[in-house]
Design a binder for this molecule. Structure first.
Ligand SMILES: Cc1cc2nc3c(=O)[nH]c(=O)nc-3n(C[C@H](O)[C@H](O)[C@H](O)COP(=O)(O)OP(=O)(O)OC[C@H]3O[C@@H](n4cnc5c(N)ncnc54)[C@H](O)[C@@H]3O)c2cc1C
Length: 482
């Protein structure tokens, strides 16, 4: 908006930018506390095409290879201290790995990669990059293609049809968690996600993913945007179908256009509740949040030669893990553990000889969208953190506990209290039904003509690339009305 000459102000409740994409620095350890995998680079390039300078002058984006190291209890490690399976950026090398662990699945693996590319071709322009806001956005959609996007089978069914190896089944199903959904519930259309990483690639940003936030802040300031930190919006005033004013507890701002990046359910339930209809409030309460996260940030004096930058330690029973998260609403008893160890790529992220481990487990969102006191759950969190540390020691990170110098724990309560995301969800809304993608709030508000909604809880969904896409959609829609 600013690059088109509009006067833009940003109101942010926290004292730093970035929301869930944040960082912590302590005793020489640097941690990204949110996203660690950056995909769909073309969306980032498109966003920075509106900045005064090209993307490369703000950020050094480094392609990842290998993409991820995998451990699975059912697969032997190649040697004592290496992963059981390596996923390389070069598909041929990954196929060699498939041949080594499950030669009978090579063709099935190729077919799943191919299917994922086809789904991307069918959904990218028509759904992800399309705001689907007006009749003209729906015109010209390739309806025949859209009939064949696996919307009525689950990701799990699509995957099981092609590969037999229990490990490879988990490998493909895990991508559904990139938008906080369950592969056993989400439509097969979400099998589009592997294409994004396996075929288009994944990137790291020199200095950490938080540099993306710093770069966006810098570009905004260069364009003359006013950024107000510690400004918690409490109310949005509307009049005759338009937003007229936004207020914090001490200040009011008039607005010709409002783009809201808070969780979309906050608008009808809290910020504009006086003008929201019962239908809007009910719809907000029905929105199903994505999974949340249990995150352990560990600064360790030791380094872990077997770990790469991205690492996955799979649970045994993936079906049961998601049953516990989405049906039983409990922390998984045998969780799949993801570790991002950026010190493997960037030695400046930890003191010499040490590592900065970001450990993430998928957990259910909170039961209610209300403030919780962190202390209420502290002993439960410590117990779960100890369980994860114990598990990692038993899976090869010997001496982990004794090597910890810095430790932070983030739970769903943290994500709700700090960012006001729906029940502490980390990706916005889930896609756990064939209709979820179509029920996500659109970027243009249907009733208030100058109100636009962006972020993971809006169309097209969660994760950095889609959140940036929602911003591109909203900006385009807003500019079109002027
Ligand atoms: C642990 C974790 C791991 C993740 N891993 C990945 C990954 O590897 N790759 C990936 O692409 N994505 C990942 N994600 C998801 C990604 O971080 C999110 O999809 C994205 O950052 C969310 O952006 P957003 O703008 O929707 O929400 P937010 O980042 O929460 O931004 C909303 C902003 O609005 C502010 N706000 C809210 N209410 C108000 C108010 N009333 N007044 C003023 N300000 C307000 C908040 O403080 C916040 O800054 C991860 C997230 C987490 C937490």
């Amino acid at each position: 908006m600013a690059s088109e000459g509009h006067h833009v102000s940003i109101l942010e409740r926290n004292s730093i930018p970035g929301g869930k994409c944040s960082q912590i620095e302590e005793k020489g350890y640097r941690f990204d506390t949110g996203p660690s995998v950056l995909t769909m680079m073309q969306t980032l390039e498109e966003v920075f095409s509106y900045a005064p300078k090209p993307l490369e002058s703000y950020l050094e984006c480094i392609p990842m290879d290998p993409l991820c190291h995998y451990w699975d209890r059912e697969l032997p490690s190649v040697a004592d201290s290496t992963a059981s399976f390596m996923n390389y950026a070069n598909l041929q090398y990954t196929l060699d790995e498939v041949k080594r662990i499950a030669p009978y699945d090579v063709e099935g693996f190729k077919a799943l990669v191919q299917l994922s590319s086809e789904l991307y071709r069918k959904t990218n322009a028509t759904f992800i990059r399309n705001p689907l806001a007006r009749l003209k956005d729906l015109k010209g959609l390739p309806w025949l293609d859209l009939l064949d996007i696996k919307a009525f089978s689950t990701v799990s069914q699509v995957v099981d049809k092609h590969v037999q190896s229990p490990f490879l089944r988990k490998f493909f199903k895990r991508f559904t968690t990139y938008n906080g959904s369950s592969p056993f519930l989400a439509p097969g259309t979400l099998h589009v996600i592997p294409h994004v990483e396996l075929s288009l690639g994944a990137w790291y940003i020199k200095g950490g993913l938080y540099q993306l936030v710093k770069a966006l802040e810098k570009a905004c300031l260069e364009l003359g945007v006013n950024i107000y930190y510690d400004h918690d919006v409490q109310q949005i005033q509307t009049k005759k179908g338009r937003v007229v004013e936004v207020s914090t507890s001490s200040q009011s701002f008039e607005a010709d256009i409002l783009i809201s990046n808070t969780d979309s359910i906050e608008l009808p339930l809290r910020l504009a509740s006086q003008s929201a209809t019962k239908r809007e409030k009910d719809a907000a309460l029905e929105q199903q949040p994505s999974s949340s996260g249990f995150v352990l940030l560990l600064g360790t004096k030791k380094s872990w030669p077997q770990l790469g930058h991205h690492n996955i330690f799979f649970s045994n029973d993936y079906d049961n893990e998601f049953e516990e998260i989405f049906h039983k609403h409990q922390y998984p008893s045998d969780p799949t553990i993801y570790i991002s160890n950026t010190s493997a790529s960037d030695s400046e992220d930890a003191p010499k000889g040490g590592s900065n481990l970001f450990v993430l487990v998928n957990v259910p969102p909170l039961k209610e969208h209300t403030l919780h006191r962190q202390a209420e759950r502290e002993s439960e969190s410590l117990e779960y953190a100890n369980k994860l540390i114990h598990e990692l020691e038993s899976r090869g990170l010997k001496g982990l506990r004794a090597s910890i110098e810095v430790q932070h724990i983030h739970t769903p309560v943290h994500y709700f209290n700090t960012y006001r995301s729906n029940r502490g969800a980390i990706y916005g809304t889930s896609s756990n039904s064939p209709w979820a993608a179509f029920l996500r709030p659109r970027n243009a508000h249907p009733r208030f003509k100058n109100l636009y909604r962006v972020g993971g809880s809006t169309h097209p969904g969660g994760g950095i690339p889609l959140v940036l896409q929602s911003a591109l959609n909203a900006t385009k829609l807003a500019l079109d009305t002027l």
